[in-house]
Design a binder for this molecule. Structure first.
Ligand code: FAD
Ligand code: NAI
Length: 475
């Protein structure tokens, strides 16, 4: 086997494996190195996203939502369920199967695209503009040479200082996705994306969930109107969220964890939990890469320093995904991976940071793209807003899920869409229309004049666009 490659990708998460496939499609002799191991020690490419992130969390969100529907939602539809039970082992087993299908899918795609896969840890041995020697340490030791290197080593969960994850009582996302008995009391530190998604999973399965958040505002980065609505809906479901807390001492006993904190009023509080999820953000992962050995520059926060094109300070070394600046999202990592492969091929790969959608997969889902109303105000942009509630949407009524709304923000003069914010059923799917519209720099009137299928949730999008001009038809 050739040990010389045009492109070597270190890391096989969504940033890395997609970069490798695109590079191979463009005719480069490409290798991808990934060290993730499945429970049998075999390769499990797909990174955080596939193994302990997007995919398993969505599998459990789906299963737990079915359970909640069966226990609370079906009766309204005239479906009577007797003897409902929870087989958590089976639910976790299904999640593991879904993960494995994705791991296997990536290995298949590598074969199909003739990407050479190395299972092990890749590190820089030496190199310069003429090529880099990469050491692979794993089941089989190897040294390979690359003309171009794409670093896509991802991120790790951030621990609270002095409170390491043991994955038994104090859980990162890894442990949070593998709890084998529904905890009576679950504590969550951080009401961000993981806190709300994993908190929802375990609440639906029967845990009493308390989420402790440092910031005074709920989902501070989300459009305020949407965040308020989401907070109201999630609280009504039984998620206890305390904002503005200051976490004090955390003590892990044999079977429980106590968390001391001060609440927003400054009063001392103490919570005792069977499990504690700490979801306070993630840190870039450059462990074992030997970045310092070859002079690969990191920024002050530990991310690999890159320019707008994902170029590092070293010639022909690129970096993408969670290990570089920007939102820590799988689709952002993928877009960067494709763009870098295309730039290596002399093409003009491009990632539009203004149209990267965000989705929080709670129920209802929260999704947005572009600017929030707060941002537009802060930037002094004159805008018009239009909202439409799912309560007035026929499909939402038929589904039995009328919570939330669609909100459009458009430039006051040109009517160009500047942001779309949704809290409601299938927001993750509905947001795509807004992304396409913004990518084509559409106006709200463009959406308002497009024929949308009836009855569909997407009619709420059209109606919100009509509402920008105060001419919604069904509200
Ligand atoms: P990663 O996916 O972290 O992959 C990096 C890979 O590199 C890993 O396999 C790692 O083992 C490997 N690696 C690291 N160093 C080396 C080395 N030296 N040699 C060889 N291999 C190495 N994002 C979304 O867009 N949607 C979601 O719904 C979503 N849900 C999430 C849920 C959870 C619980 C979490 C934790 C994250 C979620 N994310 C989601 C974020 C998403 O997982 C990340 O943004 C994405 O995985 C980043 O991709 P990446 O390729 O940069 O890194
Ligand atoms: P996050 O950044 O979304 O949220 C962290 C929260 O913890 C913030 O609200 C922050 O204010 C709070 N916090 C920080 N320090 C704290 C402290 N000491 N005490 C109390 N609260 C504190 O990070 P999270 O949830 O860990 O997720 C990491 C990243 O993974 C996300 O930012 C996102 O990029 C990605 N992700 C994406 C998902 C999606 O797209 N659906 C799902 C899950 C994760």
């Amino acid at each position: 086997m050739s040990k010389n490659f045009d492109v070597v990708v270190i890391g096989g998460g969504p940033g890395g494996y997609i970069a490798a496939i695109r590079a191979a499609q463009l005719g480069f002799n490409t290798a991808c190195i990934d060290e993730w191991k499945n429970e049998k020690g075999g390769p499990a490419p797909g990174g955080t996203c596939t193994n302990v992130g997007c995919i398993p969390s969505k599998a459990l969100l789906q299963s737990s939502e079915h359970y909640e529907h069966a226990s609370h939602g079906f009766a309204e539809h005239g479906i009577e369920v007797k003897g409902l039970g929870l087989n958590l082992e089976k639910m976790l087993g299904r999640k593991n199967t879904v993960v494995k299908q994705n791991n296997d899918g990536i290995l298949y795609l590598f074969k199909k695209n003739k990407v050479t896969f190395f299972h092990g840890r890749g590190s820089f041995a030496k190199g310069d503009a003429n090529g880099y020697e990469i050491k692979v340490a794993g089941a089989a030791e190897d040294t390979i040479v690359a003309k171009h290197v794409i670093v896509a080593t991802g991120s790790n969960a951030r621990a609270l200082p002095g409170v390491p994850f043991d994955e038994q009582l104090i859980l990162s996302n890894t442990g949070a996705l593998a709890i084998t008995e529904v905890p009576k009391k679950l504590g969550v530190i951080g009401a961000g994306v993981i806190g709300l998604e994993m908190g929802s999973v375990w609440r639906r399965l029967g845990a009493e969930v308390t989420v402790l958040e440092a910031l005074p505002a709920f989902l501070g980065a989300v459009d305020e109107q949407i965040a308020k609505e989401a907070q109201k809906l999630l609280t009504k479901q039984g998620l206890n969220v305390s904002l503005g807390v200051k976490i004090g001492e955390i003590k892990a006993g044999k079977k429980s964890v106590t968390v001391e904190y001060t609440d927003a009023k400054g009063d001392a509080q103490k919570g005792e939990f069977d499990k504690l999820i700490v979801s306070i953000g993630r840190t870039p992962n450059t462990i074992g890469l030997n970045a310092e050995g070859v002079g690969l520059k990191l920024d002050e926060r530990g991310f690999i320093a890159v320019d707008g094109d994902c170029k590092t300070n070293l010639p022909n070394v690129w970096a993408v995904g969670d290990v570089v600046r920007g939102p820590m999202l799988a689709h952002k990592a993928e877009e960067e991976g494709v763009a870098v492969a295309e730039r290596i091929a002399g093409q003009h790969g491009h990632v539009n940071f203004n149209t990267i959608p965000w989705v929080i997969y709670t129920s209802p889902e929260i999704a947005w793209v572009g600017k929030t109303e707060q941002q537009l105000k802060a930037d002094g942009v004159q805008y018009k807003a239009g909202t439409f509630p799912f309560l007035a949407n026929g499909r939402a009524r038929a589904l039995g899920d009328t919570s939330g709304m669609v909100k459009f923000l458009a430039d006051a003069k040109t009517d160009e869409i500047l942001g779309v914010h949704i809290v409601g059923p299938m927001a993750s799917e509905l947001i795509s229309e807004a992304v396409v519209a913004m990518e084509f720099r559409a106006s709200s009137e463009d959406i308002a004049r497009i024929c949308h299928a009836h009855p569909s949730l997407s009619e709420a999008t059209k109606e919100a666009a009509l509402a920008v001009d105060k001419r919604a038809l069904n509200f």
